[in-house]
Write a protein that binds this ligand. Structure first.
Ligand SMILES: *Cc1c(COP(=O)(O)O)cnc(C)c1O
Length: 392
């Protein structure tokens, strides 16, 4: 069977037309993907921020197998089970946000966060900053960057929200004044990705922005939603992006690395106070709280607790900082970005990276990496080499 031919015939891939160039993976272990032709590639992307512990991890595999032997899934309406309850309790303890809604993907968790904010306040307008990315569903798209997001394609169908400018990398009093003008009491919530803006442009910004947003929203009765789907679980060097600013949001979205890259699962958390204003929350995915996904998420949190992730992330950051110096580059936590003057040719960058034995997925003008935390020094050097060559 010619999988690639059938793929071209029948399958959509992310942000692509059918028939786009793809590579067939037949296995993955540790930080490596094995392609159908036998080549091995070091994954510089952690499968889009998710596979923080690497692939085919014995502990994560075991967690799934044991869960499978008791049950793969039961409806969450009127029923409950230990893996979901344990996960909720642990996430609440990690974040200080007591009430947990388990959603089935990051975008859905953002929809749920927006619903929470609307139900809790009785208002519907949101504020956000430019350069953001919050997912591909309609509510989420409406708070993505209005230019590099997909607003132009769906303009007529998107609610109009309020946008502040790009959050600055350095302390900027004029920007904080702009926030002061835009955070008005008629808003339901302000939604931002804390500290690192991911798919909207891989920008890092000053924690003072988050602190000011926290002060302004609290003072004006507006909720603060932190979308930690990409930044959660240590990637930025702190457990959560909000920790860089020492703030606690009212509502938080988690996803991506929540299951260590094994299953689709996300969570929307809020304070008991917000939950009490909501009462009945009008959302309920068919696969809500899926036992397999919540079981593997618990195992991934166990691994995170055990591994010296702070030190690992710091070391990765040091190697990236040193290796990418001399380019237009930036590094935070275990994230390294080269910004090119022009949009990159994705296929060309991938070909060069693959010649170095590395998998990268650039977008726009950005060639970037966020490798699994356990990547060896040598494998990380290969990733750096691939980025440097691809940007030459
Ligand atoms: C990836 C991402 C989402 C969307 O998550 P999906 O699981 O792809 O729906 C939302 N917000 C942020 C910050 C993300 O990085």
């Amino acid at each position: 069977m010619d999988i690639l031919a059938l793929d071209r015939e029948h399958v959509w891939h992310p942000y692509a037309a059918p028939g786009t160039l793809v590579h067939q993976v037949v296995g993955a272990k540790g930080v490596r993907l094995t392609l159908a032709d036998g080549r091995e590639l070091i994954d510089g992307m952690s499968s889009w921020w998710a596979a923080i512990h690497g692939y085919n991890h014995p502990r994560l595999n075991q967690a799934l197998r044991s869960q499978l032997d008791s049950m793969a899934h039961v409806m969450f309406g009127g029923l409950t089970h230990e893996p979901a309850v344990r996960l909720a309790q642990r996430l609440a303890a990690m974040t200080g946000l007591e009430k947990v809604f388990l959603a089935d993907s990051g975008s859905v968790s953002v929809e749920v966060a927006i619903k929470m904010a609307m139900q809790a306040t009785g208002r519907s307008r949101l504020m956000t900053v430019r350069g953001g990315y919050h997912g591909d569903t309609f509510g989420a798209m409406a708070v993505c960057d209005p230019v590099n997001g997909m607003h132009h394609l769906f303009a007529g169908a998107l609610p109009q929200h309020v946008f502040a400018g790009l959050p600055p990398a350095e302390h900027d009093e004029a920007y904080l004044d702009e926030l002061d003008r835009l955070v008005t009491p008629d808003l339901a919530a302000v939604i931002v990705e804390p500290i690192v803006q991911g798919a909207g442009g891989m920008r890092f910004y000053h924690p003072g922005v988050l602190r000011r947003l926290r002060e302004l929203t609290a003072a004006r009765g507006v909720l603060l939603i932190a979308d930690e789907i990409a930044t959660g679980f240590g990637r930025t060097g702190e457990l959560f992006g909000c920790d860089h600013a020492g703030i606690r949001p009212d509502i938080m979205c988690l996803g991506k690395a929540l299951t260590g890259g094994y299953m689709t699962l996300a969570a929307t958390l809020c304070t008991a106070e917000v939950a009490s204003r909501i009462g009945v929350l009008m959302h309920g995915p068919t696969y809500m709280g899926n036992p397999l996904a919540t079981a593997v998420a618990n195992a991934s949190l166990d691994l995170l607790e055990e591994r010296p992730w702070r030190e690992e992330v710091r070391q990765i950051g040091n190697v990236l900082r040193e290796g990418l110096a001399g380019r237009d580059s930036r590094v935070m936590g275990a994230i390294g970005v080269i910004e090119m003057p022009e949009p990159v040719d994705v296929a060309k960058v991938q070909r060069i990276a693959m010649e170095c034995g590395v998998w990268l997925r650039p977008f726009g003008r950005l060639i970037y990496t966020m490798p699994p935390y356990g990547i060896s020094r040598q494998d990380l050097s290969a990733v750096v080499e691939a980025m440097v060559r691809a940007s030459a």
